[in-house]
Design a binder for this molecule. Structure first.
Ligand SMILES: [Zn+2]
Length: 427
């Protein structure tokens, strides 16, 4: 049982438990499923080229092929590339029974330029995200919204397949699908229920059975519905954040929230909570996406004691991530989180330690943050932010211990530039 103060208000629970379920429609994740003619180019920069024989090899954990969307490094093929210039074909669609209200470009402006700014900041400029709107008005679907049978958890077949086919057919005269890396579908907000009732937003990522357009497969597509308005009055600042979350899926990132909500990772990653105040991605996700160089990641695989420097994750340059592998599938990640960049609610700057398990699927808890201050209630006062884990970080003088696995991580100091030192001891 949890103490009552930790139970979120009903409105927050509604957002927490239903946001943006990913259906990674990758039937047989793994090898040989990626055929020529898919518009997605796999590979996340430096990670993909890294050999398992490198010093980082023991930290390149991977899941079994049955895992649909894994935290493994490198990311399996089939997703959109996440470095360099990516072109997002962005269409605003409406329906005969839910005609778009106002200008379609106003719907676009609910997400841009904030989404591209968010990615530029989070990626240290490595992801140059270019939304493109070759169709500037509402793209009218031939069937009613109701006819597609869209509801939370709806599979790709048959409704979404029909919707994608209808989008392709309607857009094709004006759009060459070969020119784009993935598809954003911004649905008119008056179609379907309010986000307070249910969140329909979804991505179909690495979809090997997607419809083909102009000779390329529409394998990576994000759909955004309604408005993610939590009623706190912050919609104009925070409502766009569902799109970077959904696009995280097209880049291969799994959901970190679980059936219990955000209690595994809290507000430390946009794949855990994409509402409330702005937040960044975990260092592990930045590594997975190719936004960190191998030199910025250290693999603490050997027994004994080693010390490492960490610079704030939100700041460009310097060492960012120490990984302590436990086996071929899992390990502990160690990084320094501060209140800057996309992290606007960090209330206890310090070293975040979390377990990553590449063998645990999306939405099942592939990442678990270790709480340095258990049952404290947390330090944040920001609305709609998971509070308990907001003070999970370790500060100088504190130590994380997993005695069963013989792992200790001590925060031994911080210097005036904002760097921290951690000491990892393995038995
Ligand atoms: Zn999601």
């Amino acid at each position: 049982m949890q103490p009552s103060r930790r139970i979120r208000p009903r409105r927050a629970i509604a957002l927490a438990s239903v946001t943006a379920l990913t259906l990674a429609v990758s039937t047989s994740a793994g090898t040989g499923r990626h055929t020529a003619g898919t518009l997605t180019a796999a590979g996340a920069g430096p990670v993909a080229a890294l050999a398992r024989s490198s010093p980082l090899g023991p930290c390149m954990i991977s899941g079994r092929p049955t895992v649909q969307m894994s935290e493994g490094v490198p990311t399996t093929r089939g997703y959109s590339r996440s470095t360099g210039t990516v072109h997002a074909l962005t269409v605003m669609v409406d329906f005969p029974d839910a005609p778009g209200q106002g200008h379609a470009l106003d719907r676009f402006a609910e997400f841009f330029p904030q989404t591209q700014d968010w990615f530029r900041t989070s990626s240290y400029g490595r992801l140059d995200y270019r939304p493109r709107t070759p169709i500037r008005g509402w793209l009218r679907m031939p069937k009613s919204f109701h006819a597609y049978g869209i509801e939370r958890g709806a599979p790709f077949d048959p409704g979404y397949r029909q919707l994608v086919q209808d989008i392709v057919a309607s857009a094709d005269p004006k759009v060459n699908f070969k020119s784009y890396d993935f598809l954003n579908v911004l649905v008119t907000p008056n179609a379907g229920p309010s986000a307070l009732d249910t969140v329909l937003s979804v991505s179909f990522a690495g979809n090997t059975e997607a419809p083909v357009a102009d000779g390329v497969s529409v394998a990576n597509a994000s759909f955004v519905y309604s408005r993610q308005d939590d009623g706190s009055g912050s919609y104009h600042r925070t409502g766009y954040r569902v799109l970077p979350h959904e696009n995280g899926h097209v880049f291969g990132l799994p959901d970190l929230y679980t059936a219990e909500g955000g209690s595994a990772v809290g507000h430390w990653d946009i794949m855990s909570e994409d509402w409330g105040a702005n937040n960044d991605l975990l260092g592990w996700h930045k590594w997975k996406l190719g936004w960190l160089d191998p030199a910025q990641v250290r693999c603490a695989a050997a027994s004994g004691t080693s010390e490492y420097e960490l610079t704030p994750l939100a700041r460009e340059g310097g060492p960012k991530l120490v990984f302590v592998p436990l086996d071929r599938r899992s390990g502990y990640a160690v990084e320094l989180r501060t209140r800057e960049g996309n992290d606007e609610t960090v209330c206890r700057p310090g070293v975040l330690i979390y377990r990553v398990d590449a063998d645990v699927d999306t939405g099942m808890g592939p990442v678990k943050v270790h709480d340095s201050q258990q049952d404290s209630g947390g330090c944040t006062r920001s609305p709609n932010v998971h509070a308990e884990l907001s003070d999970a970080t370790f500060v100088p003088g504190e130590e994380f211990t997993d005695s069963k696995r013989g792992v200790r991580v001590a925060v031994v100091g911080a210097d005036l530039t904002g760097s921290y030192r951690v000491r990892v001891t393995r038995g």
